[in-house]
Design a protein around this ligand. Sequence first.
Ligand SMILES: [Zn+2]
Ligand SMILES: [Zn+2]
Ligand SMILES: [Zn+2]
Length: 229
Amino acid sequence: MADETERKNKYQSNRWIEFREELIELDGGACVRCGRRRDDGAVLQVHHKEYLKGKAPWEYPFGFFETLCRRCHAEEHGKIRPESGWEYVGEDDLGGLYGNCERCATEIRYVFFVQHPKWEPMAVGTICCDDLTGTKLASDKRKYDDRLKRFLKSNRWSEENGSHSIKQKRIVIQVSPISGGYRLKMNNTDGKETYETWQAAKTRAFDFIESGDADRFFEKSARHPQRPR
Ligand SMILES: [Zn+2]
Ligand SMILES: [Zn+2]
Ligand SMILES: [Zn+2]
């Protein structure tokens, strides 16, 4: 099955790499302090001058960054990278061990983007993301993704009249093709959204149930049966 989120995420990861290269090009391929280039043996890095809370690194305007060589960059920050106070801003599934953690260099498949007011955004693995943010966010997300994958591939899905259905945590989910997409029905209540793929509709159902929204919704509609929405 084509994995939409994977495709979208892959785009994001490339976007980050391309973004950094574009910035370096915009600065003429040289450190803005000492003017050294890669040809001169300089390792060029992007330094972010300002910090925007909650923004993914590739969403920053170009003007927020400047190109520095590793030496000038170290002078700018002092040499010690902060080990706490990092903020999670995005993630990526590379579909295989195609990346390296920018903190510990371990080969990684799941990339987490983190940022800090006093350092550059980094792309790191699950353990380093947990360490730097002081949370279990990355490892919890990984567990959630694993459960979602198992749900999507579950052999409990049955097919009838072109629709797929499953019972998940006492809620009956039905996904049916309609013209121009797929429609979701849960406990016989029709959803209003049209989804582009089977997977998008099923993922929405999974999220709805996992977040507890489904329980709250069906409790409410049981109390007010005349007005289900
Ligand atoms: Zn320099
Ligand atoms: Zn910097
Ligand atoms: Zn790491």
